[in-house]
Design a protein around this ligand. Structure first.
Ligand SMILES: Nc1ncnc2c1ncn2[C@@H]1O[C@H](COP(=O)(O)OP(=O)(O)OP(=O)(O)O)[C@@H](O)[C@H]1O
Ligand SMILES: [Mg+2]
Length: 305
């Protein structure tokens, strides 16, 4: 199975309004709730693809219980570890063509809770072929958490995939994960200068981490992937219109799927571009329709550089 790790899980709440007017009161007619956090989104997409998956991480309070029950409704297997503090909510106020995000701070995790998670993770990862680490860290979790977890996963024989940002990403990279998926902004943070286009980034990406495959995502411009031997670009000539939130998570799901099914790299990248475009296209952020995915797969261009 594929184990996804979401340490800063969230209850995603979407309020739909015709127009958001600051300084006024809005009566919300439609509230949608979903289990959220980047690794949860990865698990959902993998579940849609039919891959055995388990979502783990930390959840707390009534929000945490709600996250678990929403995952159960979706039949996504989970093994979250409970903490005392309340999981955060990520609120999106959605107007027809604009979305405004209000992100609560993550719950404070105590040292004992973190130690309990490490023990739980060591047990779970023994059954995992791939461990995927996604997103930010809540307060109290050590900044090098991903480094510790990647080392534990590797010791247990699992492939490791990292998708984070800032210091947690920097520290995690030092453990030499098998694959890392920065977006353009995260890549700029890693190399210390902006690299907005895939063509500018090949040399910097190649120098980033020995032994780690880098799949850098550039929004509508697609993916640049660099292994020790080869570099590829995969993209759609006609990007799609829609909601890009969660496209990166669908991309990571496709890459983990490719590892488990031992697909050749070019096919993994074509799948990743098609599946993430299907996520942009889908009406609900981060969901995918498999028929869109199959259709888009035929439209992806892949080039060896
Ligand atoms: N408008 C689009 N049309 C087609 N594909 C897209 C579009 N936007 C993003 N993608 C696909 O999704 C992939 C990931 O997008 P992006 O680089 O925005 O990830 P991200 O910033 O990590 O996203 P996330 O918000 O999920 O973390 C891209 O490499 C591309 O293949
Ligand atoms: Mg991302």
């Amino acid at each position: 199975m594929i184990l996804t790790v979401t340490l800063n899980a969230a209850l995603d709440v979407t309020y739909r309004v015709p127009a958001l007017v600051p300084g006024t009161t809005h009566r919300i007619t439609e509230v949608a709730e979903r289990a959220g956090g980047k690794g949860v989104n990865v698990a959902r997409v993998l579940h849609t693809l039919g891959d055995p998956v388990v979502a783990t991480g930390l959840v707390g309070g009534a929000g945490g219980a709600r996250i678990r029950s929403l995952l159960a409704d979706e039949r996504v297997p989970e093994a979250f570890v409970p903490i005392a503090a309340e999981s955060r909510r990520t609120v999106v106020v959605a107007e027809p063509n604009v979305a405004t995000g209000l992100w609560e701070p993550g719950p404070i995790v105590t040292p004992d809770e973190w130690a309990a998670f490490l023990g739980h993770f060591a047990d779970l990862v023994r059954d995992a072929q791939v461990a995927v680490f996604s997103g930010s860290l809540p307060p109290g979790v050590p900044v090098d958490a991903y480094r510790t977890l990647i080392e534990a996963a590797r010791d247990a024989g699992a492939w490791t995939v990292l998708d984070s940002s800032g210091d947690p990403l920097q520290y995690g990279l030092r453990a030499g994960p098998d694959l890392v998926k920065p977006n353009a902004e995260e890549l700029a943070g890693l190399v210390g200068r902006p690299l907005p286009r895939p063509a500018d980034a090949v040399d910097a990406v190649r120098a980033l981490a020995a032994g780690t495959v880098v799949a850098a995502s550039f929004g509508p411009a697609g993916l640049l992937a660099v292994t020790e031997q080869v570099a590829w670009r995969a993209f759609l000539t006609d990007p799609v219109d829609g909601n890009p939130t969660g496209a990166g998570d669908a991309c990571v799901a496709a890459l983990a799927h490719g590892i488990v099914h031992d697909r050749p790299w070019p096919e993994r990248l074509v799948d990743a571009v098609a599946l993430s475009a299907a996520a942009v296209w889908a009406p609900v952020a981060g969901s995918v329709d498999l028929s869109d995915y199959r259709r888009l797969r035929r439209a992806v261009t892949i080039k060896e550089l």
